[in-house]
Design a protein around this ligand. Structure first.
Ligand SMILES: Cc1cc2nc3c(=O)[nH]c(=O)nc-3n(C[C@H](O)[C@H](O)[C@H](O)COP(=O)(O)OP(=O)(O)OC[C@H]3O[C@@H](n4cnc5c(N)ncnc54)[C@H](O)[C@@H]3O)c2cc1C
Length: 397
């Protein structure tokens, strides 16, 4: 039986663990943190991720904790004019599954709960990996080491495994920043906020809102052009007044929601080119360790979930040769994930158009594309939700 060690117990690592466990792989997950935990924020799971979770028999559990949401809507920042509107039902009919919006901690609970006890070792910070003809090994900060047939780096954007294989990366500041908060619905003054999965496009910015934990919380993510702030941490707090000032003039329903957010975070968005290799011998990477991306498509976690599914397919198809399996995994995944990275980059530019004429042209293009079969979002990226990473066809020859 192939022994697989996964470094990192985030969304990507645990989704991969679930997929591998179902294939009968002998499994161990090593997580640096003293407990499995997630930042207090939402995550949108597109139809492509939900198809994998369905195949892993986790769809019901995820929908059980998801936000109550029927519509995916995009709006004009000032007037609220609807640019596009799609129902979950239409999405399911066209792409084979509807999306869901969940609190990250709830998703992690579902994933962790689907694994046998004692698979995850906590407080294990990996410092480096090695691979030779017979075995892969990982070293940890406390001086310990482990061996396995395959090691998978699922240790996030600042991956020690990726750095150990390929050296440090070179992120570029995008000139864009992000604010986020999770707002209790009951705290929003005035009429209750719509329970849509909504995007608002405005000059220099985008606002994304969706419900999580049934109809208890609204997840808020706001992007803005700003050359001045360069700090990449996801957990640095900022003042609510800064957010209200920045979005002054945007639709009043947004400002009411913002005013009810007690804790706000702010981080600078850095972009990284797709890396040319993911694998060396018996060690590979997945999720943000393999393809960190800008958040404009809401696909970082979705792609990580796809990775785990295809990795399990590859190891099941090449039981006698883990090196061949990892090469097939990379051949299957790297082209698609790299394309998502580049599409996400382009989407940031198109979402923030400042010229009213350019924004009008974008909105007309959305309307026209939506009339064509197969592109409900109208942005030319229907190939993302249409894909099924749980299908054997996802595995390259
Ligand atoms: C605010 C926010 C909103 C987002 N919204 C969306 C969305 O709507 N849809 C979407 O698809 N994506 C979204 N993303 C992106 C998505 O969250 C990431 O792409 C996803 O978390 C990647 O999962 P991962 O498991 O690869 O990495 P991570 O989630 O970063 O997990 C990595 C894990 O590895 C552990 N680790 C790190 N270093 C080591 C080490 N040396 N040794 C051992 N363990 C280690 C960490 O503690 C962590 O548990 C969002 C991101 C943010 C910040």
């Amino acid at each position: 039986m192939t022994r697989v060690a996964i470094i990192g117990g985030g969304i990507g690592g645990l989704a991969a663990a679930r997929a591998l466990h179902r294939r009968g792989v002998e499994l161990a997950v090593y997580e640096a943190a003293p407990e499995l935990r997630e930042i207090g924020a939402g995550v949108a799971l597109g139809p492509n991720a939900m198809k994998v979770l369905r195949a892993l028999e986790l769809e019901k559990a995820v929908r059980g904790v998801a936000g109550r949401c029927e519509w995916l809507v995009s709006h004009n920042w000032r007037t609220g004019r609807v640019i596009s509107r799609t129902s979950q039902r239409e999405q399911a009919a066209l792409y084979g599954c509807a999306s869901a919006t969940v609190h990250r901690a709830d998703l992690l609970d579902v994933l962790a709960g689907s694994l046998p006890a004692r698979v995850v070792t906590l407080g294990a910070r990996c410092t480096g990996v090695e691979s030779d003809d017979d075995v892969a090994s990982a070293r940890f900060q406390d001086g310990s080491a482990i061996e396995a047939d395959v090691i998978v780096g699922a240790d996030g954007i600042h991956s020690a495994v990726r750095a150990s294989l390929f050296g440090a990366d070179a992120p570029r500041f995008t000139g864009k920043i992000c604010y986020r908060s999770v707002v209790p619905v009951a705290a929003v003054p005035g009429p209750p906020p719509a329970s849509d999965n909504a995007q608002w496009f405005g000059p220099h910015g985008t606002v994304v809102l969706y419900p999580v934990r049934r109809d208890e919380l609204v997840n808020v993510v706001c992007h803005y052009d700003d050359e001045g702030y360069r700090h990449e941490s996801w957990v640095t707090e900022c003042d609510r007044d800064e957010v209200l000032e920045r979005y002054a003039g945007w639709h009043e329903s947004l400002l009411r929601i913002f005013s009810a957010g007690d804790v706000w975070y702010k981080w600078a968005l850095y972009d990284r080119d797709p890396i040319p290799h993911w694998t060396r011998g018996r060690v590979t990477v997945l999720g943000d360790a393999a393809h960190p991306m800008l958040p404009y498509l809401g696909q970082g976690a979705c792609q990580a979930i796809e990775d785990g599914s295809v990795l399990a397919l590859a190891l099941a198809a090449e039981t006698d040769d883990p090196v061949r399996a990892l090469a097939r995994y990379e051949r299957s995944r790297r082209p698609r994930a790299s394309q998502v990275v580049l599409t996400s980059r382009a989407r940031g530019t198109s979402n923030h158009l400042a010229s009213p004429l350019s924004a009008w042209r974008r909105d007309i293009a959305i309307a026209l594309r939506r009339r064509l079969r197969g592109d409900l979002e109208g942005r030319g990226a229907a190939w993302i939700p249409a894909y099924d990473a749980s299908s054997p066809e996802a595995l390259a020859a």
